[in-house]
Ligand binder design. Structure first.
Ligand code: AIR
Length: 177
């Protein structure tokens, strides 16, 4: 996927920058180097994922990023559309828990399937952010209903329209951070 654009925060999922460095012949013993890698992961790994359906959602969603960063909670931000890139979303959601993510915030506008699709593929808590966008109807009611009206057994928490900051506050409470 190539959604990173000019924004350095929007590194594509699984990009080479995220892969651990290969160890060379002059590196420490495999065990020591593995331990160092695990230690590094524990220190730097994001615990909250901030997902959004389009780059056009970034101005609203970066408020979640700011709130988490102000609280010292590590996050990663990704653009992926449940409708335009369904396989990318499924892969990301299926791997998130293994990668150390503990809460997923997902924002989208219009027919906002992203939070629900993520919740269908992951047992992590998912907080949906209904967003207004250029062609929203009823001030974002379309996205609000798409996110909140999940079928029984597949929960998505839903904050107010365009209220990404509250999603971050709720994530902090879930993490007790
Ligand atoms: N969207 C993207 N894929 C599925 C959905 N529902 C949403 C985005 C954005 C809106 O469609 O989350 O809020 C418009 O996207 P764009 O890319 O046309 O600006």
């Amino acid at each position: 996927m190539s959604t990173a654009g000019d924004d350095p925060r929007l590194v594509s999922f699984g990009s080479p920058a995220e892969q651990p460095a290969a160890s060379g012949a002059s590196e420490p013993t495999p065990l020591a180097s593995t331990e160092a890698e695990i230690e590094e992961l524990e220190v730097d790994a994001p615990v909250v994922a901030i997902l959004m359906g389009s780059k056009s959602d970034l101005p609203a969603m970066e408020r979640a990023e700011t709130e988490l960063s102000d609280r010292g909670i590590r996050s990663e931000t990704r653009v992926m559309s449940a409708h335009r890139e369904p396989d990318v979303v499924a892969d990301y959601a299926k791997n998130a828990k293994l990668r150390g993510i503990r809460v997923i915030i997902a924002g989208a506008g219009l027919s906002a399937a992203l939070p629900g699709v993520v919740a269908a593929h992951s047992e992590l808590p998912v907080i949906g952010v209904p967003l207004t966008s250029r062609t929203s109807v009823a001030g974002g009611l379309d996205a609000l209903l798409s996110i909140s009206q999940m079928p029984p057994g597949v929960p998505v928490a839903c904050v107010g329209v365009d209220n990404a900051r509250n999603a971050a506050v709720l994530a902090a409470r879930i993490l007790d951070a």
